[in-house]
Write a protein that binds this ligand. Structure first.
Ligand code: PAF
Length: 287
């Protein structure tokens, strides 16, 4: 069935009010996206569909979270195929507001993310996580879901959203969903569709580097510097490839660890040509 497409925040609120009035026990599951939907998003939607009576997907390319105007301009926009995918997965409603609807005037109040944005992607994308947290909070206020689904591929985003709802008392349960990968390990991302066939091949080196870090940790390496050295050696020296970072951090506080003494998040960002890809693995050292 084709989902109802709603473009205004007021109409979206009304729709949810009516759903809840008609069926007070109705659980609302929410999947916020920026569109260009792929199998990774499908997994989020399927989880929501299994758990919730009403499933809402938002499609909004949020200008506030882009630190580079060219990245915002080049972000893929594929509304028609996104709606087909949503229809196939039984989504009830797609909230697809315009930028003017979400930001009728430049916001004077935004979410400020402190130390959780100091490392990993936050170091290289000033303002990104504040802009992301601001739009997610706005979407939560509009949709007021019981559960919201986020992919583990964006580990820093997920950790920040968990703290956002805890610190600001937002009544929503955050449901993490494991990363979906292609057969060769490449994490699915809307940005993958920008890769040329040669770049697509090179892109797997990020997953292989993270895998090497995990292998080192499982083999007993405790020194993050040493783990990094082995892992980064996997990235081929090629003019089109640039490792932005590969970091080993505490999974909740996202601060670099001095020693691998418990579970750690190994996360990285790799530029392949003009496309920036991210990925991560959660690793636990043997007892
Ligand atoms: O992960 C994304 O696609 C975006 O960051 C999100 C959560 C939809 C906010 O714009």
């Amino acid at each position: 069935m084709t989902p109802v497409v709603i473009e205004s925040a007021a109409a979206m609120r009304l729709y949810i009010d009516e759903r809840r009035r008609a069926e007070p026990e109705c659980q609302v599951g929410f999947v916020p996206t920026m569109g260009a939907l792929h199998r990774g998003h499908a997994r989020l939607i399927e989880q929501a569909r299994k758990a919730c009576r009403t499933v809402v997907v938002s499609i909004f390319v949020n200008p506030l979270q882009f630190d580079r105007p060219d990245d915002l301009d080049r972000y893929p926009r594929t509304l028609e195929t996104d709606l087909d995918l949503c229809a196939g997965l039984g989504v009830d409603t797609v909230f697809a507001p315009s930028a003017a609807e979400m930001y009728p005037r430049p916001p004077a109040c935004v979410v400020d993310v402190h130390r959780l944005a100091d490392h990993l992607c936050g170091r290289f994308r000033p303002g990104h996580f504040g802009g992301m947290a601001t739009v997610v909070l706005k979407l939560f206020q509009i949709v007021r879901p019981d559960q919201a689904y986020f992919g583990e591929k964006d580990a820093q985003q997920l950790a920040i959203i968990r703290r956002l709802v805890a610190d600001l008392n937002v009544p929503v349960e955050i449901v993490p969903v494991p990363t979906v990968r292609d057969e060769d390990g490449l994490a699915l991302s809307s940005r993958n569709r920008r890769l040329s066939p040669e770049e697509r091949e090179q892109a797997t080196s990020l997953y292989r580097a993270l895998g090497e870090a995990r292998r080192q940790i499982l083999a007993g390496a405790r020194d993050p510097g040493e783990v990094r050295r082995h892992a980064t050696a996997v990235i081929p020296a090629h003019a089109g490839i640039k490792l932005e970072y590969l970091a080993i951090v505490d999974p909740e506080e996202l601060q670099p660890v001095e020693q691998v003494a418990g579970p750690v998040l190994v996360a990285g960002a790799l530029w392949v040509g003009s496309t920036r890809l991210i990925d991560n693995l959660l690793c636990s050292p043997p007892p």
